[in-house]
Design a protein around this ligand. Structure first.
Ligand SMILES: [Zn+2]
Length: 120
């Protein structure tokens, strides 16, 4: 389930797109279709990036917490279920050109004991 702050942020951003576009349209009555499209995309991508971020976090948490050992992310080398060691930030660029920082979980393989191993 998504946390309430995430839901609220999505609603706030959606509302911002609607009111923002109305205001933009009033300020740019002569805008071409292309300009309208760009203004709209710019706003959509902001919501899109936030939703991607929240959903990816939710998925990462589910990967580690809601699974039995046999279904947990496994070591790329030997296939042993990893032990969760924490999270690390990972930079992504969405197709809208917005930078997105995800906290990715990483684990330690109890067999290889090679330190940080991303899920395979
Ligand atoms: Zn291993």
């Amino acid at each position: 389930m998504l946390s309430e702050p995430a839901d609220l942020a999505w609603e706030a951003l959606s509302a911002e797109i609607l009111t923002g576009m109305r205001e933009w349209r009033e300020q740019h009555p002569q805008a071409t279709m292309r300009e309208i499209e760009e203004a709209l995309d710019e706003r959509w991508y902001r919501l899109r990036a936030r939703m991607l971020h929240d959903l990816a976090l939710q998925r990462a948490a589910a990967d580690w917490n809601d699974r039995h050992a046999a279904e947990r992310p496994t070591c790329r080398r030997c296939g042993t279920p990893l032990i969760l060691r924490g999270t690390r930030p990972r930079q992504l660029n969405t197709s809208g050109g917005h930078a997105l920082t995800l906290q990715r979980s990483y684990g330690r393989c109890p067999t290889c004991t090679k330190g940080r191993v991303p899920p395979g």
